[in-house]
Design a protein around this ligand. Structure first.
Ligand code: HEM
Length: 337
């Protein structure tokens, strides 16, 4: 378990506990739902941008307009999502392999065409977080946007957005659809490789593959904590307070899930869905993940496709994740043809 999640887990016994000066942890499902949906909680903490990636003074409103404009392009069905890359055989780094598979689909979805060069720039930026890397991604996307007649750039141009806004929007989409869904897929590889019975059933039934994905997102939500800074007071919380929500903690709550620490994809087969404050791997409210539907579909399609022609066998167990991304660090799996 991530050490910070473990520390919060101890504090989670009391929803609403102040876990650091000015930071309150909210774990009660109803309060989670209500507060995350609140307009006062629109901004994640530390939503700082450098000059390269600044959306300007009216940035949040512009971004929300971009989100609305892109909504019709973000839905996906099993028929419209097709894997672009194939998994490598032999012993592989699960995270590296998963990111490669998932980001190829997302780059093509966002741009309407493949652009492997952009994918590796995004990768570099996420690894280094340096301004130089940010500038390189921004410039490469701007060049692409300038000449592109497909995908999100063309759609946003039709909606009247300017070149800088389109570049920023495409960059946001590409950065968000790289490591996060990659971590989810890597956890899927881990869970099926260590459970031959689950793997067998997922190979036979695509409906079961989807249940595996939902269960992975329950036990291993890649975005395990969601900070929100209040723009105005809400209930007892003052303006400026940071509320911390955690899909990781709520999704392991025994009052919402029987045997919460067990990996049981079957729990998703009845069609019954938990309350949204108990299961929110894609967040909730106005800033929920706009790629959630695409993500669920592509993860199911990739997992199902990989299992049609390969067997996944454990090789090296993951070590606990650190930082904001809950990913299976150092996980190696053996991919057999
Ligand atoms: C399993 C896969 C994914 C998971 C678990 C996930 C989860 C999340 C979560 C929890 C947030 C909210 C973060 C916060 O507010 O602090 C978020 C935001 C976002 N996600 Fe995803 N995401 C996934 C895949 C994707 C994909 C495939 C795309 C795009 C194609 C995408 C695009 C975005 C964007 C643009 C945001 C920022 C929304 C905003 O700030 O208004 N995500 N995601």
């Amino acid at each position: 378990m991530n050490p910070r999640a473990a520390a919060l887990s101890a504090a989670a016994a009391r929803s609403g506990a102040e876990v650091e000066p000015g930071v309150w942890l909210v774990t009660d499902p109803l309060a989670t739902e209500r507060l995350l949906a609140s307009k006062a909680a629109l901004a994640p903490r530390g939503d700082l941008r450098t000059e390269v990636t600044s959306w300007g003074s009216d940035g949040l409103a512009t971004w929300m307009a971009v989100r609305r404009a892109l909504r019709p392009l973000l839905s996906a069905t099993v028929e419209t999502v097709e894997p672009v890359e194939k998994i490598n055989s032999g012993v592989v780094d699960a995270m590296g392999e998963a990111v490669r598979l998932v980001s190829a689909i997302n780059v093509r979805h966002v741009l309407g065409e493949a652009a492997p060069g952009l994918s590796s720039l995004v990768d570099k930026e996420l690894r280094s977080r340096r301004r130089r890397a940010q500038r390189a991604t921004f410039e490469a996307i701007r060049q692409h946007v300038r000449v592109s007649g497909t995908g999100f750039p063309a759609h946003l141009r039709e909606h009247g957005f300017d070149e800088r806004t389109i570049t920023l929007a495409v960059r946001t989409m590409l950065l968000s659809s790289h490591n996060v869904p990659g971590a989810a897929l890597a956890w899927c590889f881990h869970e099926v490789s260590t459970r031959p019975d689950v793997q067998e059933r997922a190979r036979a039934e695509s409906r079961f593959c989807e249940a595996v994905v939902r269960e992975v997102l329950r036990l291993h939500p890649p975005v395990w904590q969601l900070p929100r800074q209040l723009a105005e007071p809400v209930g007892d919380y003052p303006a400026g307070a940071t509320l911390l929500f955690s899909p990781y903690l709520n999704q392991r709550d025994p009052s919402a899930f029987a045997e919460p620490d067990e990996f049981r994809p079957q729990r998703w087969l009845s069609g019954a869905r938990p309350a949204s404050g108990s299961y929110f791997p894609f967040a909730l409210g106005p800033r929920f993940c706009p790629g959630s539907q695409l993500a669920l579909t592509e993860l199911t399609v990739i997992l199902s496709t990989v299992l049609q022609s390969h067997r996944l066998v454990p090789h090296r167990a993951p070590v606990p994740s650190r930082g904001v991304l809950h990913a299976p660090r150092k996980l190696r799996i053996c991919v057999e043809s």
